[in-house]
Design a binder for this molecule. Sequence first.
Ligand SMILES: Nc1nc2c(ncn2[C@@H]2O[C@H](COP(=O)(O)OP(=O)(O)OP(=O)(O)O)[C@@H](O)[C@H]2O)c(=O)[nH]1
Ligand SMILES: [Mg+2]
Length: 208
Amino acid sequence: MNSSLNNTETYKVILIGDTGVGKTSLLFRYVDNAILDVTVSIGVDFKVKTLNIENTKVRLQIWDTSGQERFRTVTRNFYKGADAVIFVFDISNPQSFESIHKWDSEFRAYGKPNAVKILVGNKTDLNNQRKVEYDIGLAIADSLGMKYYETSSKTSYESVQAVFNALAHALHEKKKNPIAEDDLVEENISQNLQMSSDNNNNNESCMC
Ligand SMILES: Nc1nc2c(ncn2[C@@H]2O[C@H](COP(=O)(O)OP(=O)(O)OP(=O)(O)O)[C@@H](O)[C@H]2O)c(=O)[nH]1
Ligand SMILES: [Mg+2]
């Protein structure tokens, strides 16, 4: 225990993505370094992990949501308070990757506009069944303003740890150098105006 750690920061992080992509497995691997016989999640649950960054205790309260449609209204209620979101897909399941746009829209509608966002392609141990190339994952992450990571919750603790470490550092940095909320609102308004004028000419961003 380091007694010089006198500041504590607590952040709420939420895991989102289609059912079966490995959200619960990522959480167990990170917090307990174990992969249990996970079953389909019902609703929402959380675990806590604390890291030390620059003499600060950074406490991540990580919420694991169900990817099933029938729990959507329950899980949405947890978006509002999230400081960060990890969008997860399975690199061997292209449908779960296509769903990322839907999850991102959903989070934009209900979550904080300035939340830290990370995209994770999970199940890299299934590389021989890979359907989503690394560069494609990276490009989509870039276009949605997210960092991109690939993991295997089954075989690599380090790959999973890298995601949460990056997230904790990004949250800590953001707290040190906050962006003014007014700037964000202005940025969002101008983005929306831009989008609506684009939509007059084409509808390619529509995932409905
Ligand atoms: N091969 C492989 N299988 C994995 C990996 N991560 C999870 N799985 C398996 O994928 C299945 C689904 O994992 P879960 O963690 O329950 O998925 P989830 O995203 O929480 O699913 P919901 O709770 O239904 O939303 C389980 O059989 C896991 O053992 C991985 O990295 N590699
Ligand atoms: Mg689950």
